[in-house]
Structures are given as structure tokens and as C-alpha cells.
Write a protein of this length. Structure first.
Length: 309
């Protein structure tokens, strides 16, 4: 049995799970075989009714780094918050239990955050199509001499995905950052407000995560049914920015990214009513900075769709 002393934990890895047994074993094996070993794995079960809990307990018998926390079904956002509250590590990451990772993922991220003394490190990743087995790299744009911190670049070059990031735990707690309790997009506001609050952001231009797509039970695969969740996420992010007196500094990047995602969610699996959903959601959000980018973005989007036809 691996019996690493929890008092010497450097990294806390938090992963929510809900009926995730199909890909849980590859996830656990990928985490437990990382070259960096001083971590705790906090599995937060969100009311699973499959054999996810039994799978984790079986691995737990062989590896003392695994901790299992259970709660009634409240969503991934609530599960991540619970994991954060129990984290003992100096650093923390939030991973999805249907993904897997390069063996040097933890080590590479730890090395960079300690070397740069960053608040957050972001790496690249691969999209993995579960149906075809194809992979596609998602690269982070090079910024040259432009400073990322305290600029709109945090909205322009980063995707709202926490599973490609390593945070200083104290940074999250000092800034009182937490995930939203909504069915989907619950990490969207957290992803960007954490970047806006960071004094130092580091980038690893190397894909270290394999992100599964086209799976039946992933939150993203069901998101088209919940277009109002992105509205709640956008509204929450604006509240957070205003509350922290950061809105004026980031409003243009916030507007571009918000409109991009509002539009993307509105037209997911929809053709005829997409414009109606987008208009409705824009009216609900009520942000003039977003409205200013609507016209050129709509024209660009329509031209793109016409070219495809």
C-alpha cells in the first residue's frame, strides 16, 4: 500500500464524480501513476447510484493518498467546493474523473508554479473524441512581450476549464473563490475571476491533459438543454468583477468572451431558435459592454455560416 504521510502533502487533487464508473478506472490509474507522488486525491461523490463508490474504495485499500467524501446530489460545483474545504495541500487542482493525463502532468505544473512563484499555472490539452479515437491539440496563443496579468488577455487566450490549471491553495482561500451551484458552466465564473485576481499567471505550452468529448454522461454533452446556466455564469462573473472593483479593467475582454459563449450555447444543436435564445439571454444579462460587441460579432458569425452553406 502507498502510505504517503498526509502531513507532507504538497498537492491536493479534487475530483467530483457522479455516475462516472465507465471511465473512473483509467482516471484513477492515470493520477496514481504520476511521477510526482506527494499528493492527496480527494474524490467527492455527488450521489452516484452506479458502482463509482465501490471502485474508489477498492483503489483506496491499496493507496492511502485517496480520500472519499460523499454528499447528496448537488452538482459538480458544490462537490468541488467541498473538496476545496478539505484540501491540505499547498497547491490544488480540480480534475474531471473521465479524463486522463500525461505522466509528468503534476511534476511539470508544480515545477512551473514554484519556479515562477505564480498564483496559477495553465497548460494546454488534447481533445479526445470518444467515438473516433481522434485527438486534437488545444494550444494557448503566444503573447510575446505582452503581460497576461491584469489584462483582457485572460479572457482572450484561456478557455474556462479548471482541469488544465494548478492553483496556490492560499490564493483561492484569500480571495474567497468558489464554484457556482448550477448544473453546467459551474466553473465558468470561477475560471475567469481567478485569473482576474491573479498577480502572476504562468503558461505551460505543452498538452498534458486528455479531455474526453462525445461521451454520454458528461455535463458538456447535456449543456444544450441548459442554455440558461451560461447566463447565470455570466451574471455571476460580472457581480464578482464589480464586487472586487475589477470590472472597468476587464470589461472589454469580459464582454467578448461572454458574448462568444452566450452565442455558442444558444446555437448548440439549434438552428431556427438559436437567435431567439441568444436575444433572450442577452436581455437577461443586461450588460452594455456585451451589447457593444454584439453587432460586429453577429455579422461575423452570420458571414461564417453563410460561407459554410
Amino acid at each position: 500500500m502507498n502510505s504517503n504521510n498526509t502531513q507532507s502533502v504538497v498537492l491536493s487533487v479534487v475530483s467530483p464524480m457522479y455516475n462516472g464508473s465507465l471511465y473512473l478506472k483509467p482516471f484513477l490509474q492515470s493520477v496514481l501513476h504520476q511521477s510526482f507522488s506527494s499528493f492527496e486525491l480527494i474524490m467527492v461523490d455527488d450521489g452516484s447510484i452506479d458502482d463509482s463508490i465501490q471502485i474508489v474504495r477498492t483503489y483506496q485499500e491499496e493507496d492511502a493518498r485517496i480520500h472519499l467524501i460523499q454528499q447528496n446530489h448537488q452538482g459538480a460545483g458544490s462537490a468541488r467546493n467541498l473538496g476545496l474545504a478539505h484540501a491540505k495541500g499547498q497547491y490544488i487542482m480540480f480534475l474531471d474523473c473521465d479524463d486522463w493525463f500525461k505522466e509528468d502532468f503534476f511534476q511539470t505544473m508544480i515545477d512551473r508554479i514554484t519556479e515562477d512563484q505564480s498564483d496559477v499555472v495553465v497548460c494546454e490539452f488534447f481533445f479526445y473524441n470518444q467515438l473516433t479515437g481522434e485527438t486534437k491539440r488545444s494550444a494557448i496563443l503566444e503573447t510575446g512581450n505582452r503581460k497576461i496579468e491584469n489584462s483582457d488577455l485572460v479572457f482572450d487566450i484561456f478557455v474556462p476549464s479548471v482541469w488544465v490549471r494548478l492553483y496556490r491553495t492560499l490564493f483561492l482561500k484569500q480571495n474567497q473563490l468558489s464554484f457556482q451551484d448550477i448544473p453546467s458552466c459551474n466553473d465558468w465564473s470561477f475560471s475567469y475571476i481567478s485569473l482576474c485576481c491573479a498577480n502572476k499567471i504562468s503558461v505551460v505550452h505543452k498538452p498534458l491533459v486528455f479531455y474526453r468529448t462525445k461521451t454520454k454522461n458528461s455535463i458538456s454533452s447535456q449543456r444544450y438543454k441548459r442554455t440558461k446556466d451560461i447566463v447565470e455564469a455570466v451574471k455571476d462573473l460580472k457581480r464578482q468583477l464589480v464586487k472586487r472593483k475589477l470590472y472597468e479593467n476587464f470589461k472589454h475582454g469580459f464582454a467578448r468572451r461572454s458574448f462568444r459563449h452566450l452565442g455558442g450555447e444558444a446555437f448548440t444543436r439549434r438552428e431556427l431558435i438559436g437567435f431567439y435564445i441568444l436575444l433572450r439571454n442577452l436581455l437577461i444579462v443586461r450588460d452594455f459592454a456585451i451589447y457593444k460587441v454584439v453587432i460586429p460579432e453577429v455579422i461575423r458569425y452570420c458571414l461564417k455560416r453563410l460561407r459554410k452553406k
